[in-house]
Design a protein around this ligand. Structure first.
Ligand SMILES: [Zn+2]
Length: 270
């Protein structure tokens, strides 16, 4: 039964990944997300049987059916990654007591948004606002559902107000260091997209979780930057998008928040 469900999540993920690939390519350029896909080179419309996630790419040997030009492996990669992360949602600590729930859907939405942010910032240095807002909305639903479940001594409405204010404050607190960096560097080190995203991260993960996500983003970013400089792929002054590292940090916290908070508490005592 579990294997069947995992397989279902994978198929759902690769199909979603196919759509996310379209979003990554079209949203940063302000193109409509409707309308059929066509080959980048010969502009021929791609028939449905060549749009099957993963399978079509393999079947066509990574080439366009008409002009034989190479199709970017980027689409294949994003489908595969989405498939894998959808399967991983099954193992989220947050869902262990109830995998068949609305929370699972919200988490799948959050993962999808993070994947789009990762690739569009990597490819175009843009984090589309529409995806930031979608990420926030999925996070908002998650928090509403959470509030429904916690035992509250006061009226339910008070309970909502308190919990939501906490989340908004957490967002603001986590946003502060990035906003400061944005201000100090005059927008060269960080984009305003990163500022907005750190707010959503704080809203989603809370103060501790959000700040830890930033911490991991900086560590992974610094190591990656160093490796790229050593490999002479980048110069010391060249710009590297920060969004992908924010996504990394967020994913680490989503999956391992309990373990990390436990470690931090053990080492530093808070
Ligand atoms: Zn073609």
């Amino acid at each position: 039964m579990t294997v069947f469900f995992l397989f279902f999540l994978f198929v759902l993920g690769v199909s979603m990944g196919s759509f996310l690939g379209v979003l990554v390519d079209r949203l940063p350029q302000g193109q409509s997300i409707l309308g059929r896909s066509h080959c980048d080179f010969c502009k021929k419309k791609i028939p449905w049987y060549d749009l099957l996630p993963l399978l079509s790419f393999i079947n066509l040997g990574g080439k366009c059916r008409y002009c034989q030009k190479k199709i970017s492996y980027f689409y294949f990669l994003i489908e595969l990654i989405t498939g894998v992360f959808f399967v991983l949602v099954f193992f989220l600590p947050d869902l262990q007591d109830n995998i068949i729930s609305f929370r699972t859907l919200f988490w799948l939405g959050i993962i999808s948004c993070l994947i789009v942010i990762f690739f569009s910032d990597l490819k175009y240095q843009i984090i589309p606002d529409s995806i930031q807002i979608s990420l926030f909305i999925f996070g908002f639903f998650l928090k509403v559902e959470e509030t429904e479940r916690i035992f509250c001594l006061k009226q339910l409405l008070d309970c909502y107000l308190i919990k939501m204010s906490e989340n908004f404050i957490a967002g603001a607190v986590v946003m502060l260091p990035i906003l400061f960096l944005y201000w100090v560097t005059g927008g060269r080190g960080m984009g305003f997209g990163d500022v907005k995203m750190s707010f959503v991260i704080g809203f989603l993960l809370g103060v501790k979780g959000g700040l830890l996500a930033l911490y991991f983003a900086f560590i992974i970013g610094a190591v990656t930057g160093l490796i790229l400089i050593l490999l002479k792929r980048k110069k010391l002054k060249s710009k590297i998008a920060f969004g992908p590292f924010l996504v990394f940090g967020t994913l680490i916290l989503i999956y391992f928040q309990n373990q990390i908070l436990f470690l931090v508490n053990k080492i530093y005592g808070f």
